[in-house]
Design a protein around this ligand. Sequence first.
Ligand SMILES: Nc1ncnc2c1ncn2[C@@H]1O[C@H](COP(=O)(O)OP(=O)(O)O)[C@@H](O)[C@H]1O
Ligand SMILES: Cc1ncc(COP(=O)(O)OP(=O)(O)O)c(N)n1
Length: 272
Amino acid sequence: MQKALTIAGSDSGGGAGIQADLKTFQELNVFGMSALTAVTAQNTLGVHGVYPMTADAVVNQIYAIGEDIGADAIKTGMLFNAEIIEAVAIQIKKYQWKNVVVDPVMIAKGGASLLQTEAISALKKYLLPLSKVITPNIPEAEVLTGMTIETSQEKKDAAKKLYELGVSNIIIKGGHDEDPSESIDILFDGKEFYTYTSKRMNTKNTHGTGCTFSAAITAELAKGASIQEAVQTAKQFIQAAIEDQIQVGHGHGPTNHWAYQKRNAVKEYAPR
Ligand SMILES: Nc1ncnc2c1ncn2[C@@H]1O[C@H](COP(=O)(O)OP(=O)(O)O)[C@@H](O)[C@H]1O
Ligand SMILES: Cc1ncc(COP(=O)(O)OP(=O)(O)O)c(N)n1
């Protein structure tokens, strides 16, 4: 069975972070493993506390996996500080992991900081060059490039700039777009742009969309999909998870990780 590792923070509320990643891996039939970088006290109303792990603790978790089980693909999420970023980069090199998805998590939807500002240069210097693909949302892409992104053309320009900085594949996600009807994600592989468009759902329950989307890409890469195929599946997975709503908590609720398999099962067993 293919195996995927998430190196990320814990969301006690279960909608984002490690919890979202492991649920997604499970739904996409990949064996999920985790190395925790931080514990957050979090629910659908926001982040109430952040408790980072030591870099040593992160390294030891990765070592435990690298020395025994191995991983067909890995993803990084909340990394919190420069020390953890550098330590993670050293481990990725040590185990020669190539299917590396970097979700450059910076700020939670409620505004809490999940990455120290002074760690952004470490992210660019040590981690982005080791990635197979990075998945910034619009505010993250703006921070990484110093550009303002409001249009699809500006997403493409930002992706080009990140490619020039040494990132091989870039997906700029459209969840933060102003467009009320569509959510447009753009992938750039250094040669071509690929556009993934979905109907924008008018809902407040989008907590953890970025984590879930990047975890789905990771799971598909672990199974041998190309980047374009992996993004296609991830887009379908997140769309199903947003559309098929569940009510959890009193604020920005999580998405429904069961929805994609449920849809596929219905298709599979529907009378022909
Ligand atoms: N309201 C929505 N309707 C449909 N798709 C959405 C919506 N919000 C986000 N998405 C999709 O969810 C994924 C994560 O995007 P985004 O919300 O930008 O990430 P993040 O959670 O990192 O801010 C992308 O594929 C995006 O297009
Ligand atoms: C522990 C943890 N990691 C990442 C996030 C950010 O998740 P994201 O998918 O970007 O969703 P929102 O925070 O924007 O809802 C998080 N909140 N917690």
